[in-house]
Design a protein around this ligand. Structure first.
Ligand code: GTP
Ligand code: MG
Length: 366
C-alpha cells in the first residue's frame, strides 16, 4: 500500500521545475535541457562525471547541481531526509512494495518478493531459469498490489535476444489472466551493443516516467560488456563502465521507488579454468552494487535458489521449478502462506540426503 508521503511525493514531482533548484537559472536550465536533463529527477539521478562533460562545467559544479536537486527532493518529501530515526526507517521498510516471483518458495527466500528501491540480481549458468523468472515477473508485476503485484507496467531490456512475448502470453494464460493487457504493459527494448545499453540506462528515468513502470528488468546486465571488452587491457575500462551503469540503476531504484532486476552469468571454465564456476561474473563492481544476489542452479528438473548476498536476509536456499506458469513451486513442496502443506512434503532426513548427494555431485565436478 502506498503511504501518504509517497502520494504527496508524486504530487510534488509533477509540480517541481528544474529552476526551483538553488543555483539554477534560465541559462543553466537551458544547458541542462540541451544535455537531456529536463526534470529535477533527471538531475538528481545524474552522475557528476557525465554531467560535467555534457554541460561543460567542472565536476564540482556538476556535483553541486546534483546535490541541490537531491536537496530539493528531500525538502518536498520525494526523497528521505538525510537522517531518519530507526523506527521511521523500519516503518518505511514495511511500506516497500514487493512483487511476487511466481513461486511462493522463491518469494519466501526474498522475504515477500522482489523489493522496490533495490537492485536484485539473479545469476547462474545457462538454463538455470534467470530469463524465466524475468518473464514471470512481467506477468506478476501487472497484478494488483494486494495480489502480490506492483499494479504497474514493466520495462524489459533484452540484451541477449531471449525475450519471448509468446512465453509471457503462455505464463499469463496458465495463471488465469487475460494476456492482452499484460502484453500491452511491457515495454521491451532490444539492445545490440554495450554503448546502446549505457545510453538506455542513462535515459532510463524518462522511460520509467513515460511507461509508469515500477519494475525494470535487464536480462542480462553484463553479456554485451563481457563480449566486447574481453582482452585484459580493456578490463578496467569495462569495469568502470559497468560501475557507472550500476550506480545509476541504484539511484533510479531509490529515487523512483521501483524494483530493478538484473541477470548475470557465472564464470565458466574456458576463461577461468581454476576459478569458481559458481562465481558471478563482473567481479567486485557487480558484487557491491546489487542489494540482493540470488544464485540459481539446476537440480534435475528443479531449480535451487540461494540468497548469496543481502543486508538482512538469512543465507538460506530454496527450491522452485519452471513450468508453463513460469517460475513456479514444486508441487509437493508448495509453502503457500496460509495453505495447508501437502502431506507428501519431503521429510527432513530425505531432504538432507538429497543435499548431501548434491554436494558430492558438485565436489566431483570441481
Ligand atoms: P541463459 O540465458 O542461457 O544464461 O539461461 P537462463 O538462466 O536465462 O535460462 P532460462 O531462464 O531461459 O531457462 C531455460 C529453461 O527453462 C529451459 O531449459 C527449460 O527447462 C525451462 N523452460 C523454458 N521455457 C519453458 C516452458 O515453456 N515450459 C517449461 N516447462 N519449461 C520451460
Ligand atoms: Mg537467459
Amino acid at each position: 500500500m502506498e503511504n501518504e508521503s509517497q502520494s504527496n511525493a508524486n504530487v510534488a514531482i509533477i509540480d517541481l521545475d528544474i529552476q526551483d533548484i538553488e543555483g539554477i537559472g534560465p541559462t543553466t536550465a537551458k544547458k541542462l535541457k540541451d544535455a537531456g536533463i529536463i526534470s529535477v529527477m533527471d538531475l538528481a539521478v545524474a552522475s557528476a562525471e557525465e554531467l560535467s562533460e555534457s554541460i561543460n562545467a567542472t565536476k564540482e559544479t556538476a556535483a553541486s547541481f546534483i546535490i541541490s536537486a537531491q536537496k530539493l527532493l528531500r525538502e518536498t518529501n520525494v526523497l528521505d531526509k538525510e537522517f531518519v530515526t530507526a523506527d521511521d526507517a523500519l516503518q518505511k521498510r514495511r511500506s516497500l512494495l514487493r512483487c511476487s516471483t511466481g513461486s511462493y518458495a522463491l518469494d519466501d527466500l526474498l522475504l515477500g518478493g522482489i523489493e522496490t528501491q533495490a537492485l536484485t540480481e539473479f545469476y547462474g549458468e545457462f538454463g538455470s531459469g534467470k530469463s524465466q523468472v524475468c518473464h514471470t515477473l512481467c506477468v506478476t508485476a501487472k497484478q494488483p498490489i494486494e495480489a502480490g503485484g506492483l499494479n504497474s507496467s514493466v520495462i524489459y531490456i533484452d540484451t541477449e535476444g531471449t525475450f519471448r512475448p509468446e512465453r509471457v502470453e503462455q505464463i499469463a494464460r496458465a495463471r488465469g489472466f487475460e494476456p492482452t493487457e499484460i502484453l500491452k504493459s511491457i515495454a521491451v527494448c532490444k539492445v545490440y551493443n554495450s554503448s546502446h545499453l549505457e545510453l538506455i540506462v542513462k535515459d532510463l528515468g524518462k522511460y520509467i516516467d513515460d511507461f509508469k513502470a515500477k519494475l525494470v528488468v535487464i536480462d542480462s546486465i553484463i553479456s554485451l560488456h563481457r563480449a566486447e571488452f574481453s582482452g585484459r587491457g580493456t578490463l578496467a575500462d569495462r569495469q568502470q563502465r559497468l560501475n557507472g551503469m550500476l550506480h545509476k540503476l541504484i539511484r533510479l531504484a531509490e529515487i523512483y521507488n521501483i524494483a530493478i532486476v538484473i541477470t548475470n552469468q557465472v564464470q565458466s571454465s574456458p576463461d577461468t579454468f581454476f576459478g569458481d564456476p559458481t562465481k558471478a561474473t563482473g567481479g567486485n563492481v557487480l558484487g557491491h552494487a546489487s542489494t540482493y544476489r540470488i544464485y540459481l542452479r539446476k537440480s534435475g528438473e528443479n531449480r535451487i535458489a540461494k540468497m548469496m548476498d543481502s543486508p538482512y536476509h538469512p543465507y538460506s536456499d530454496t527450491r522452485f521449478t519452471v513450468t508453463e506458469k513460469g517460475a513456479d513451486d514444486i508441487e509437493e513442496q508448495t509453502p503457500k502462506k496460509g495453505s495447508k502443506r501437502s502431506t507428501t512434503t519431503t521429510s527432513a532426513s530425505s531432504k538432507k540426503k538429497e543435499e548431501d548427494d548434491e554436494e558430492e555431485e558438485e565436489a566431483q565436478q570441481d
